[in-house]
Design a binder for this molecule. Structure first.
Ligand SMILES: C[S@@+](CC[C@H](N)C(=O)[O-])C[C@H]1O[C@@H](n2cnc3c(N)ncnc32)[C@H](O)[C@@H]1O
Length: 437
């Protein structure tokens, strides 16, 4: 691979965060050929350095390098789990009349229109009280989103009822009808270099940013996730994609399921009255669906298989000894290498909570939940952290989230006859919610 190609790859990463490494570097010449046909890498590099022509060429190059695969109702379970009525209540609570949504890295628009479909369904007939901003770094993708005419491949996951209701025939393709288009505003936005929320926008009730973080390096992920968090309303919801969460080890995760740090003396007295047993917590980490398969590893990891796993094992061991500062440092090291590591966020959050820093724990546990919204135990611990912060409203939301996540737990994992502690978490959450009313 030539030095010019590597320099071009560096420029792409600096501009859009997208890492062009390994086998993807081998695909770069083809992308260059599409962005600037017949021009060699050295000449492209020279043009990129030219202030007049460089930015447009870099934009075309990013269009070609970025993976823009998307389709309607991708990871539909997560989309269908959005609680539109709760979001609207939260919007009303801040004096707004509509739920504001940001679909970041929307590619050619299918995700934004899917969200518009679900909101329309949730609120019945007529125009739903929802406003959706859909952004992407790729001008070419945004043009396709604007045309809103899709192939059979893009619409393959749509039910017949949704096709009939929301799409209109467009030759061999299907076009999105006006009712959905009017809910979606399209705009160019670079997650790496543009502000969040985008200029002129106020923080959102719901942000989706799915299947893009996997193309970024750890530092970029950290910065982008922090930006998205700052673009959320306090009660807002951030949804990240399943592929963005794949980096963690399923073996390690199974071993982690029932773990909790040893509390310090100071925090021991603040324990909640009801805590689930280890066996029931293990089952709580086994939701149905593809993620369940990833998580149901045959055996807990006996030996750490990477530096990150070693660090997380060290964090757990330190926390078990009550050395919470060491635990926090080790979990932080894991996250420096892989900010998408759900388990490290969870271990960090629980260590922070045990160390008497519930505000930090809130941040960490919220992140664990962004990456895995079905992680009931993280939601439960988040409720505890909010309670310790004295934010009862947020705590109740977290307990309601826990109950919702528990409802999604595969019935097959629910309980073995004779074991009665499965419901401990649910009971604790219900009691807390009932007590609040
Ligand atoms: C695989 S698609 C994901 C589309 C959709 N979110 C989904 O889950 O189906 C990734 C998208 O991220 C966009 N993207 C890559 N880097 C970006 C950046 N720095 N800012 C905004 N969008 C970016 C790409 O242009 C591409 O459209």
């Amino acid at each position: 691979v030539s030095g010019a190609l590597e320099k071009i790859a560096d420029l792409v990463e600096r501009e859009a965060g997208i890492q062009v490494k390994g086998s993807r570097l081998e695909a770069l010449p083809a992308a260059l050929g599409r962005a600037a046909p017949g021009v060699d890498a050295e000449a492209i590099l020279a043009t990129l350095a030219d202030p007049a022509q460089g930015p447009a060429l870099l934009g075309r190059l990013i269009d070609q390098v970025a993976v823009q695969e998307t389709f309607f109702m991708r990871e539909v379970d997560e989309l269908e789990a959005i609680d539109w009525h709760r979001l609207l209540a939260a919007a009303h609570g801040r004096g707004a009349s509509e739920v504001s949504v940001w679909v970041a890295a929307c590619a050619s628009g299918e995700e934004a229109y899917s969200v518009a479909m679900l909101a329309t369904e949730a609120f019945g007939h007529g125009r739903p009280p929802v406003s959706i901003l859909a952004t992407d770094v790729s001008a070419a993708a945004l043009r396709r989103a604007q045309e809103a005419s899709y192939s059979e491949r893009s619409t393959r996951e749509l039910t017949e009822a949704r096709r009939e209701r929301f799409l209109v025939p467009d030759g061999s393709r299907s076009a999105v009808g006006e009712q959905l288009r009017s809910l979606v505003r399209l705009r160019r936005h670079n997650l790496v270099s543009d502000p969040a929320p985008p200029v002129g926008e106020v923080p959102f009730d719901l942000i989706l940013c799915r299947n893009v973080l996997i193309y970024f390096g750890p530092d970029t992920v950290e910065t982008v996730v922090a930006g998205l968090e700052s673009a959320l309303q306090p009660a807002g919801q951030l949804i990240l994609g399943a592929s963005d969460r794949l980096s963690s080890s399923a073996r390690r995760r199974t071993a982690l399921a029932g773990w909790e740090p040893r509390p310090t003396e100071a925090s021991r007295s603040r324990r909640p009255p009801s805590r689930p047993s280890r066996a029931s917590r293990d089952r709580l980490r086994a939701p149905r669906g593809p993620r369940a398969r990833r998580r149901q590893a045959p055996e807990p990891a006996a030996e750490p298989s990477s530096a990150a796993e070693g660090d997380l094992a060290a964090a757990i061991a330190a926390a078990n000894r009550g050395e919470l500062t060491v635990a926090i440092e080790a979990a932080t090291r894991v996250l420096a290498a892989d900010p998408l590591d759900v388990d490290a966020h969870y271990v960090l959050g629980l260590s922070e909570l045990a160390a008497g820093n519930p505000a930090a724990a809130v941040v960490s546990l919220r992140r664990a939940l962004y990456f895995d919204p079905s992680f009931a135990l993280a939601a439960f611990q988040l409720g505890r952290a909010y309670d310790r912060c004295g934010d009862g409203r947020a705590a109740r939301r977290a307990y309601a989230w826990t109950l919702d996540a528990l409802r999604r737990v595969d019935l097959g994992t629910r309980g073995v006859p004779g074991e009665t502690d499965y419901g401990d978490i649910a009971a604790a959450c219900s009691a807390r919610l009932a007590g609040a009313e």
